[in-house]
Write a protein that binds this ligand. Sequence first.
Ligand code: PMV
Length: 313
Amino acid sequence: MPLLSHASAPGKVILTGEHAVVYGYGAIAVPVAQRRLHAYIHAASPGYGTVIASEQMQVVARLGRTVDPLPALTRTLRSVLDLAGQAGTPDWMICLRGNISVAGGMGSSAAAACALVRAAGDALSLSMSNDEVNRIVLESEVLQHGNPSGVDNAVVVWEQPVWFERTAGPSRMRTKAEATFLLADTGVRASTAEAVAGVAARRRVNMRDYDRWLREMGSISLAVKDALKTGGVGNLADLLNRNQGYLRRIGVSHPACEHLIDAALAGGASAAKVSGAGLGGLVLVLCGRDRQAELASRLEQAGAVDTVGLELP
Ligand code: PMV
């Protein structure tokens, strides 16, 4: 089948402000360029209809069928077809594949939707602004997650660091700082909704401390934003380690996270913290570029199921 179009979108990771963002404070999220999801659209023979095959989720969906294993993505594709004024169903075989693990805290659903929207737009010769792509990807995230904060779609669409506040929404951040990180996946999968609900429940019985800790996390996130913008990253390690202290207090760390954090710090990293919802998921490690490869193998020996290097800016 001849290839009509191809597009891809990156993964994302949260540097600071996870959980505090739910209470109105700012969070910083950045794209992870080495982790991408690709959408390939192939022309199929007349009458074939539109098929979306997700390699990672190991499912195949057909546009217009009532049984739909990828409802958010088929709806997303329909939005692009509507925008192009295409009422019918094109004869397309769409393949989604990439190296962002599903439900791994790296924004795989937003990346898949973004790659699909861009590839479909291209196949239909529809020129879309980033704002339009973002609007459709956010709709897809709402179908997928119910009440997403909107940070994932913004990062994957713009492929730039984003400062995110619930009320103001995302704003793109220009970063001057040079910083090298390593992401380590604990392999423990937890639900973001459960982690957020757990914090809310514990906060209800200890409002005074929780509000203080969340406020501190908000201030740390602001300080990290300033450090990244100005390039003055002398206190970045201290800020990230303090952030982890508060994530621990609000109960979203996990023995698997603590184990990788200990291994990273023992291996010469200057900071390590939970990234994203926690209770497993990803650990973010700040390290010198020269330590990255050795730390990656150390963390894999310590049980990380995957490690990814991340460079700023
Ligand atoms: O692990 P992720 O990428 O789903 O991040 C969740 C971030 C939270 O602040 C915990 C929740 C949210 O909606 O912002």
